[in-house]
Design a protein around this ligand. Sequence first.
Ligand SMILES: NC(=O)c1ccc[n+]([C@@H]2O[C@H](COP(=O)([O-])OP(=O)(O)OC[C@H]3O[C@@H](n4cnc5c(N)ncnc54)[C@H](OP(=O)(O)O)[C@@H]3O)[C@@H](O)[C@H]2O)c1
Length: 253
Amino acid sequence: MTGGTSGIGRAYAAELARRGHSVLITGRRRAQLDAVARSIAAESGVTVEPWIVELGDPRARTAFLDRVRQCRPLDIVVANAGFGYAEPFVNGPLRQAEAMIAVHVTSVVELFHAVIPTMIDRGCGSLVAVSSLASHLPVPGGETYVATKSFLNSFCESLAVGLSPYGLRVQTLLPGFTRTDFHRYDPDFAARRSAVRLLHWDTPETVVRASLVALDRNRTVCIPGWRNRLAARLLALLPRTLVRALMRRTAAR
Ligand SMILES: NC(=O)c1ccc[n+]([C@@H]2O[C@H](COP(=O)([O-])OP(=O)(O)OC[C@H]3O[C@@H](n4cnc5c(N)ncnc54)[C@H](OP(=O)(O)O)[C@@H]3O)[C@@H](O)[C@H]2O)c1
């Protein structure tokens, strides 16, 4: 489980531990990650191992992957770590876009590549990548975010088709607004809070429950919550020219 310090990853780790799985959780906030591991282990009675890793750092990823390859049996791998805020792509620092691509794309590709052979040998296993409902939208200012999440949608759909004959399940999870630490780095978020307050917010626990129910039913794409599913359906019906015009208006406000 990448990104177990808080939010969706923490809820995922807690639920999997409750179901009796030993869990390896990653993060960068050491004190918080250790506290989460201790608390989930105490509540569930299973082993919860914290692993500090900056997923934007290739050397740290290699050490993490070496540890993951030693984990047996590997029932489920959840690529959840991610962040939303970066300075603007246009006229902003390129390294922020590169860091986001490393965390949202490269680290997931490497992680899945490292575990798939073991899962194929065993004839079972599940891979989950946490994308975002926003991946269906053109988002000025969030270009790299939505593009990296779109990559996950496409990557996992192909993996799901290719790996199903081997007994593996692959899911892309597309949450809508979820109450987590995700928005804490965004300096403008407080200013926009009154607008987004009107939207529906899920809890990380609801998102994880929906994901696991969908996984049991072997659903390749999971959009948690009927409001989000309805929004996704409506969006798919709209001409993209209209979607772009709407997003242009939203961005101009
Ligand atoms: N919350 C939402 O509204 C929402 C909506 C759609 C999709 N999502 C997706 O859900 C996933 C989980 O986010 P969340 O909402 O649960 O937010 P969160 O509470 O901020 O959790 C993000 C997790 O990712 C880890 N992480 C972030 N950047 C990292 C990096 N460079 N290296 C290693 N670990 C890193 C964080 O670890 P540390 O904090 O310890 O560094 C933390 O454990 C993300 O992929 C996000 O894109 C969230």
